[in-house]
Design a protein around this ligand. Structure first.
Ligand code: HEM
Ligand code: CU
Length: 442
């Protein structure tokens, strides 16, 4: 038996991080973690059966100290369909614990290890098919603080990237099953931070105040893709490369391998939205790998001249390819459905330019709210989506002479998005039918 004092681990759900360890001695830290399989939201209207550690993707954040003994209890919820186990990269021993922790539904396994090496480590399920368990969300981070602790910062957050593979293309509504073929081809439909599109944007944005130092514990669960982690509008003052001891300074983009990590520290000097992305940039704007840090405080016009636009960076959605198969696609049954579905299509495909409130941006993107151009003849809207639109037009007295690309949406999606627009923002109401769309397409 151990001679160390025993304490229960503080576990946190992302984006939160347990408090720094204040004791200067080692302890026997008891961790209780449960694997669960449950339906969650991947994106607006898109559901997915996540498998997770502790009910969140990524799983609960674990924080211990170099030299601590960790007594690990892994429970598999009785409702699970699959056995699970855990491989912690912080473990020195066979399978990183996997061999000792294989757990059937309704059972608990216990094992112990000593945290010999400090660093930020990934943990994940290693039950076959391993790739599938990881692809469904079974990963998280364990921080082993060095003996002397890490330098103090004002705020710490937990951000972990993962790639997801669904039968349907990005944004296709309904309950989406895992697609093994796409996973093998490494052809991800979703690349996201903290398990879902939008988990770190809008109301879920991280927050900070001017003058504070921020530390992000960044992980990458994969299963496949390496992240080029970047924060738009910041420079990392310090990067603990790959989550280890080596420090680099003044870094723009740091690689986070699948099954690896990095710790990044930076001070925020000016207010605004900082945008976290995987700088493999289609992943950010078309597959979900986008998060925000909302910084409040006084402007410093020397460091940065001031606010120009807050809404430049928006997810753009995408239409990649469809796969034939016997899965169920949610289809609008009536006008109310069309408006509901259309709103999602709008947010994923149109809002980046026409803005979430339909007001557009002067001199660049015309408004769809109360647009006299669109309301006069909504068939023009079908044409703009199907064929694209360029050349001079006048909308509400303002001239535009720009290019809208044709959008890769199907007939249903176009009928839905335009019906949503017609019934939003004081537009004239009404409905666009699939037949009307087909006519324009010919
Ligand atoms: C024009 C709808 C996506 C850029 C228009 C118009 C409509 C429309 C109805 C006609 C003008 C008006 O009534 O204001 C949509 C819908 C979209 C979409 C429903 C999503 C399915 C986009 C995107 C961009 C964009 C993603 C930017 C990449 C423009 C531009 C014009 C325009 C620049 C003016 C073109 C010109 O000057 O001739 N759009 N749009 N639109 N849209 Fe979109
Ligand atoms: Cu598993």
């Amino acid at each position: 038996a151990s001679a160390l004092p025993v304490e229960d681990a503080v576990l946190t759900a992302p984006p939160h991080v347990p408090p720094a360890i204040s004791r200067d001695h080692n302890a026997r830290v008891v961790v209780h973690l449960e694997t669960v399989e449950e339906i969650g939201t991947m994106a607006d209207g898109v559901e997915y059966v996540y498998w997770s550690f502790g009910g969140t993707v990524p799983g609960s954040f674990i924080r211990v100290k170099e030299g601590d003994e960790i007594e690990f209890h892994l429970s598999n919820h009785p409702s699970s369909k699959m056995p699970h186990n855990i491989d912690l990269h912080a473990v020195t021993g066979p399978g990183g614990g996997a061999v000792s922790s294989f757990t059937a539904p309704g059972h608990t396994s216990t094992f112990a290890f000593q945290a010999l090496n400090p660093g930020l480590y990934v943990y994940h399920c290693a039950t076959a098919p391993v790739g599938m368990h990881i692809a469904n969300g079974m990963y998280g981070l364990i921080l082993v603080e060095p003996k002397g602790g890490l330098p103090k910062v004002d705020r710490e957050y937990y951000v972990m990237q993962g790639d997801f593979y669904t039968k349907g293309k990005y944004g296709e509504a309904g309950l989406q099953p895992f697609d093994m073929e796409k996973a093998i081809e490494e052809n991800a439909d979703y690349v996201v931070f903290n398990g879902a599109v939008g988990s770190l944007t809008g109301e879920n944005s991280l927050t900070a105040k001017v003058g504070e130092t921020i530390r992000l514990y960044v992980g990458n669960g994969g299963p496949n893709l390496v992240s080029s982690f970047h924060v738009i509008g910041e420079i990392f003052d310090t990067v603990y490369i790959e989550g280890g001891d080596a420090k680099n300074h003044n870094v723009q983009t740091t690689l986070v391998p699948a099954g690896g990590s990095a710790i990044v520290d930076f001070k925020v000097q000016v207010p605004g939205n900082l945008i976290m992305v995987d700088h493999s940039i289609f992943r950010a704007f078309n597959k979900g790998a986008l998060g925000m840090i909302n910084v409040k405080g006084e402007e410093d016009k020397v460091v940065y001249s001031g606010k120009i636009s807050e809404a430049i960076y928006q997810p753009e959605g995408s239409a990649i390819q469809s796969i034939e198969g016997e899965y169920q696609v949610a289809k609008a049954q009536n006008k109310e459905d069309k408006i509901t579905f259309g709103k999602r299509i709008y947010n994923a495909n149109c809002a980046a330019c026409h803005q979430p409130n339909g007001e557009g941006i002067p001199q660049a993107f015309p408004p769809l709210a109360k647009s006299d151009y669109f309301n006069e003849d909504p068939i023009r809207g079908i044409s703009a989506i199907v064929h694209g639109l360029e050349g001079p037009i006048k909308v509400n007295g303002e001239s535009f002479n720009s290019v809208m690309p044709a959008m890769l949406l199907d007939d249903d999606e176009i009928a839905n998005v335009l019906t949503f627009i017609l019934n939003s923002w004081d537009n004239k109401g009404g409905e666009i039918t699939v037949e009307q769309v087909q006519k324009v397409r010919k």
